[in-house]
Design a protein around this ligand. Structure first.
Ligand code: TMP
Ligand code: ASP
Length: 259
């Protein structure tokens, strides 16, 4: 599939057109940002890991009937995906309270929620991705009620599947963010990426952070943490030329020291 002109550049990914109107190429950059772009860095190898991890997760979700934009991974940094118009809402699902939830509501960090909590944020960096209610979404016609209810059910299915998948490899799925888009046929499908950039993942026994909080909180060893996730998912061995890779025990020891 030939790569054509750049259609859109976001903080962590670039979208390119292809010869096919309904298909685009999603390129994963090494850029890391947090707090709505206020903190920025380039982390060698992050894009490659996210490409591979997101491919694995979206493929697995596809197998349980969660329709998503992934067609196939093309190379180390790129995926062929269905062209969608992204719905301007970030859908967040939480199983354990942390991050903005604890700051906003004074809930104790680490509290296990009785049931998954869904939150909606408007996707607008200038406004700081403000949290919005279902009523806002309906009032401003970002989605209609049928679409919103359908997405909410889909979110719980995604959460169930991901929780089980991560539990099986000794990781707690604390929370995650997903995005949906509308295809040219006006069908809603899961889009964007699911990776340690967009999930909070804690090692089940030590609660070590294996996600982008390592960057947000200056904990270091981000690539090593993402590699650990990929290794446990059983996909890292396929990428023998990701740099810098250290599967060795010292990496694991380093991670433990740096909670
Ligand atoms: P929060 O606690 O900062 O609101 O984040 C909740 C989850 O959503 C967490 O897994 C990180 C993810 N997230 C993103 O992927 N992109 C974002 O822009 C934000 C704010 C959060
Ligand atoms: N993705 C957002 C940003 O780049 C926020 C975050 O992930 O913390 O600023």
């Amino acid at each position: 599939m030939k790569k054509k002109k750049k259609l859109y550049e976001g903080k962590a990914k670039i979208i390119f057109a292809t010869e096919e109107k309904n298909l685009v190429i999603q390129h994963f950059k090494d850029d890391a940002t947090a707090f709505n772009n206020q903190k920025k860095s380039v982390i060698d190898g992050k894009g490659i890991l996210n490409n591979r991890i997101s491919e694995h997760i979206l493929n697995n979700l596809g197998q349980i009937g969660i329709k998503n934009h992934l067609v196939k991974r093309l190379n180390m940094r790129e995926q062929l995906v269905h062209h969608v118009k992204i719905i301007p809402i970030e859908f967040i699902v939480r199983n354990i309270a942390t991050g903005s939830l604890t700051k906003r509501l004074g809930i104790e960090d680490g509290s296990v929620l009785e049931r998954p909590l869904i939150e909606y944020c408007l996707k607008n960096d200038e406004l700081g991705d403000p949290i919005v209610s279902r009523e806002h979404i309906l009032t401003f016609n970002w989605l209609n009620i049928v679409e919103l209810d359908w997405i909410s059910k889909e979110l719980l299915r995604i959460n169930d599947f991901l929780q089980g998948m991560f539990r099986g490899i000794g990781i707690k799925l604390v929370d995650f963010k997903v995005e949906f888009g509308k295809t040219n046929e006006n069908k809603i499908i899961l889009a964007d990426e699911i990776s340690p950039d967009t999930c909070r993942l804690w090692d089940s026994s030590t609660e070590k952070k294996l996600d982008k909080d390592r960057f947000r909180q200056n904990l270091g060893n981000l690539v090593e943490a993402y590699q650990e996730v990929a290794r446990r998912l059983g996909i890292l061995h396929l990428e023998s030329n990701i740099r810098p890779i250290k599967f060795s025990k010292p990496t694991a020891v380093k991670l433990k020291k740096n909670k």
